[in-house]
Write a protein that binds this ligand. Structure first.
Ligand code: NAG
Ligand code: NAG
Ligand code: NAG
Length: 474
């Protein structure tokens, strides 16, 4: 069992004075270096600290682990204290069913927590893989216990909200009391889904039959931006719009409208506003960075947002590849989603640009009124945009050889001079945190901090902007 499972880093945002002098040396803080206060936490018999959720007060951190949900007090600098813990493992019956389906009782047939959201002031909503049989439930915050159900049915079905397989990536986001999730919808792991559930409106899904998503779509992040009427999903999938001799992966962004209630006769209980587009992150002299690992949305003070994402390439040779960070503006996404659609020519099996007449209101736009059957029928086959989303300034913000970034978080800080600057926190597969400051000439990695005693991938990174804290789990 790894000793250092969760780690809280204090004061990682440097004062502005220190970032003015260029070139900046990179400082490496090994594990245990007193100049960087790292507070570590782990509990006996608890592993896989996969999901972190910070309470609004920033005093309490909820952690979803294997067969456990923990509540930790993090309000005092330099201390992490366990306040309460819930055991939530699969029943013996579920475990043996899981083993019967040829899954490992040593590594897979557990309840790996995948969704952990603050539903309201009194309840959390939590879902886990539950021995390849996803389940969800509520947690009373008052006494940190699972909400029991009188009908003897202990948990809700988590299919469509949580993956079956702990290996599958997923994303979930609570917006206005509704859960938007991107996950795998079946045991076999070949039917990805973007769903909306909870709340009082119709449950909505992507259409599996129409193949809006490739069978291997893997979700890495989802966002809702203040003042915007859409929800965005970042993911990876095999592209079938290119004629390519090998399997080609593409990073994508998809969006749905919050106002969507599904169709009436056509696209009943399905999204009527689902659109997806390709993200580009490339630089001359490098293979395209086409494998997305994570994304982060930074809302701007003046409105809108910038999306940051970390990539590697599917063509990297050997162990030492390169990682890249690309940023995309919300306006650039918008432009692509308002541009031309692609469509599949059924005879030639090739994707071409749709050149038919335009409809008004535009199909797939966040128009609040009822959509015509014609517009909905159009949406069934026009979900892929022709345009690609290019990164800001047309190139990666940062390219670094010899690392793979698993997570990114970005903070905007005001320096002593009053100027604001952005700081990127990049977590690696080897358990390091790179801190990069965006300077006029591009970002510069100013610190490299070893988070864990052993080289293990950082699976989660959480930024508490008010407190200048970063929490990381593995
Ligand atoms: C951890 O698990 C072992 C073996 O099941 C058990 O003996 C031990 O008491 C547990 N420790 C805690 C703190 O629960
Ligand atoms: C929070 O949500 C739970 C579960 O839906 C519900 O039982 C509870 O009444 C809600 N609490 C508040 C304060 O709205
Ligand atoms: C926890 O608190 C809730 C809400 O007050 C209550 O309904 C429930 O019975 C309590 N559970 C336990 C185990 O005390």
């Amino acid at each position: 069992m790894p000793a250092a499972a969760l780690c809280l880093l204090c004061g990682v945002v440097m004062p502005a004075a220190m970032i003015c002098a260029e070139p900046l040396p990179r400082v490496t803080f090994p594990s245990g270096d007193p100049r960087r206060t790292l507070t570590r936490f782990s509990q006996d018999n608890v592993s896989h600290y996969d999901i972190l959720l910070l309470h609004e007060s920033e005093e309490e951190l909820y952690v979803g682990a294997r067969d456990r949900v923990l509540s930790l007090a993090v309000g005092t600098p330099g201390s992490i204290r366990a306040k309460a813990s819930i055991m939530w493992g699969p029943t013996a019956e579920k475990t043996s069913e899981c083993a019967f389906k040829k899954k490992s009782q040593e590594t897979e047939c557990f309840n790996f927590i995948r969704v952990l959201v603050a539903l309201n002031e009194t309840h959390l909503y939590v879902c886990g893989t539950y021995a390849f049989s996803p389940a969800c439930t509520y947690i009373h915050l008052e006494n940190f216990t699972l909400v029991s159900n009188s009908r003897g049915q202990p948990f809700l079905d988590g299919k469509g909200q949580c993956p079956f397989d702990p290996q599958h990536t997923h994303t979930a986001l609570l917006v206005d009391g509704e859960l938007y999730a991107g996950t795998m919808n079946n045991f076999q792991g070949n039917e990805p889904i973007i769903s909306r559930s909870l709340g009082s409106r119709t449950l909505l899904k992507t259409d599996a039959f129409l193949r809006w998503l490739s069978a291997d779509a893997a979700f890495v992040a989802s966002f809702s931006i203040p003042g915007d009427d859409k929800v965005y999903f970042f993911f990876e999938e095999t592209a079938d719009e290119f004629d390519f001799f090998e399997r080609l992966l593409v990073p994508r962004v998809a969006r749905v409208c919050k106002s969507d209630v599904g169709g009436d006769k056509v696209l009943q209980k399905k999204w009527t506003t689902f659109l997806k587009a390709q993200l580009v992150c490339s630089q001359p002299g490098h293979f395209p960075f086409n494998v997305i690992h994570h994304a982060f949305a930074l809302p701007r003070r003046r409105g809108g947002a910038d999306f940051y994402a970390v990539f590697t390439s599917q063509w990297q040779v050997g162990r030492v590849g390169s990682a890249a960070v690309c940023a995309y503006s919300q306006e650039d996404l918008q432009e692509v989603f308002e541009g031309k659609y692609k469509e599949l020519n059924k005879e030639s099996s090739r994707w071409t640009v749709y050149s038919g007449s335009n409809m008004s209101p535009r199909p797939g736009s966040c128009y609040m009124g009822p959509s015509s059957d014609r517009a909905l029928t159009f949406m069934k086959d026009h979900f892929l945009m022709d345009g690609k989303v290019s990164p800001t300034q047309g190139r990666p913000l940062l390219v670094k050889t010899g690392v793979t970034y698993t997570r990114i978080a970005v903070d905007e800080t005001r320096g002593v001079s009053g100027a604001t600057y952005r700081v990127m926190f990049l977590a690696t597969t080897e358990g390091f945190l790179h801190k990069a400051v965006e300077l006029p000439g591009g970002p510069h990695i100013v610190e490299s901090i070893q988070l864990f005693g052993t080289p293990e991938p950082v699976k989660n990174l959480l930024l508490a902007p008010g407190k200048e804290h970063v929490a990381a789990g593995h």
